[in-house]
Design a protein around this ligand. Structure first.
Ligand code: HAM
Length: 420
């Protein structure tokens, strides 16, 4: 038997339904904040990712699915969405349309990481990218969108962690100060960190090895070495979050695993996720568009890991499933009315199901439970004779008679129709 690939998951119907709900919520929230969808290719030239994410990051050094095309050129399955969004923004001259441009995307990403709960090799992101505004209000708005999206899904125990990396010009001085400090701790650092001291010292702050974390607890913090405008930007971001009542925690170690960030970086973590605790993350990347050949343009965005959101929604009290109606029609007369009725219900956007094999009320209700339908509309011969149907709440078992002629209206009052 041929099995699926390690770290690449199938989504069976129950889970796919939960994902639909999450993706629908993502689209709704993105729309509410003025983002438009962009659909980007799954693979791009390798150079795009190397140049944007950074040649010395884990992603580029060891996690990309890179392969030679038939003409020998190097291609890579996208490990994230920002690089492709920026490439498309430049290539299609989106800057020529009025700025700001706000784009969102949903789709699979690929990283060759060690698979574990919440970490896959093919995973999915909902991401947003906001081009053209440098002021702190844009940062606040992007984080507010992320936070509101998560809280609308009732994700448990979330923390918004916040840091600043200063402007690009602040980086060399801090890097050299940090490098000097890390050299004094080199005996206590892991092999990976020792290598990073020279290539990418900021990443040492992000190392998960307990000894490395211990050794770098009193490392100099970037916030003390950034320009005055960068400090003012950071203060405005914090004031904005406070004004919206969005709780956050400063985390001076939050340096992120991609090199394109400047100023604000953030991550939302949940204590319910184990080691892979970031549900979503992002930051400002004011230098990236220029690096990839466009005009200097400020930008900020985030991406959410949908597998992690799905893990968390599986835990929350609200079942993320679309509530469904079960039509329990039995007896020849009721069946002849039931078939057009189920068609009408579905056309009205009410997800409705029925098991045509069931011939008794008991059999129907058992199926309604098995399908976890929230309500059942019961239509037997007696009901048809009375011109009514019975609407049964499958959880409370409460039943109400509804006139057959207005059954759809009654059902609609209890269901949010699926948008057409
Ligand atoms: P990232 O932190 O690499 O940022 O990924 C964002 C989110 O994707 C993570 O917080 C996590 O939830 C999810 N994720 C990452 N790797 C995996 C994996 N192997 N399995 C499951 N989930 C994963 C970015 O990708 C940036 N492009 C975000 C961004 C957009 N920054 C600015 N704009």
């Amino acid at each position: 038997m041929i099995r699926g690939i390690k770290g690449v998951k199938d989504l069976l119907p129950a889970e796919a339904l939960r994902w639909r709900h999450i993706e629908d919520a993502a689209r709704r929230w993105a729309g509410l904040y003025g983002y438009q969808e962009i659909r980007l290719p799954i693979f791009e030239s390798t150079e795009l990712f190397a140049r944007s994410i950074g040649a010395t990051t884990d992603i580029v050094e060891k996690e990309m699915y890179t392969f030679a095309d038939r003409d020998g050129s190097s291609l890579t399955l996208r490990p994230e969405g920002t690089a492709g969004a920026v490439r498309a923004y430049i290539e299609h001259n989106l800057a020529a349309s009025p700025l700001p441009q706000k784009l969102f995307y949903l789709g699979p990403m690929f990283r060759h990481e060690r698979p574990q709960a919440g970490r896959l090799r093919q995973f999915h992101q909902f991401g947003v990218e906001f081009f053209g505004v440098s002021s702190a209000e844009a940062d606040v708005e992007v984080m507010a969108l992320l936070w509101r999206f998560f809280t609308s899904l009732y994700l448990p125990h979330l923390t918004l962690e916040l840091n600043t990396l200063g402007e690009l010009a602040d980086r060399p001085r801090y890097k050299s100060i940090l490098r000097d400090f890390l050299l004094t701790r080199s005996a206590r650092l892991c092999g990976n960190c020792l290598r990073r001291i020279e290539t990418n010292p900021l990443r040492v702050l992000d190392c998960k090895v307990p000894e490395c974390r211990e050794a770098s607890t009193d490392a100099p913090q970037i916030v003390d070495y950034i320009s005055t405008p960068a400090q003012e930007h950071f203060a405005s971001v914090q004031r904005g979050l406070a004004a919206l009542d969005i709780p956050y925690q400063l985390n001076p170690r939050l340096v992120r695993g991609l090199d394109y960030y400047t100023l604000t970086t953030f991550e939302v973590t949940s204590t319910h996720l184990g080691a892979q605790n970031a549900v979503g993350a992002g930051g400002r990347y004011d230098g990236l568009i220029e690096v990839l050949g466009g005009d200097a343009t400020p930008a900020i965005g985030f991406a959410v890991g949908l597998e992690r959101v799905a893990l968390l929604t599986a835990e929350t009290a609200t079942t993320a499933e679309v509530p469904r109606l079960y039509l329990a029609a039995f007896g020849p007369l009721a069946m002849s009315l039931g078939l057009p009725l189920i068609d009408e219900l579905r056309s009205a956007g009410i997800p409705t199901d029925m098991d045509y094999r069931a011939t008794t009320l008991k059999g129907h209700l058992r199926q309604a439970d098995r399908l976890r339908c929230r309500f059942a509309l019961i239509l037997g011969e007696d009901e048809v004779g009375r011109g009514t149907a019975i609407l049964r709440d499958m959880q409370t078992k409460e039943q109400t008679d509804v006139p057959l002629a207005s059954a759809i209206e009654h059902v609609k009052a209890r269901f949010l129709p699926i948008e057409k």
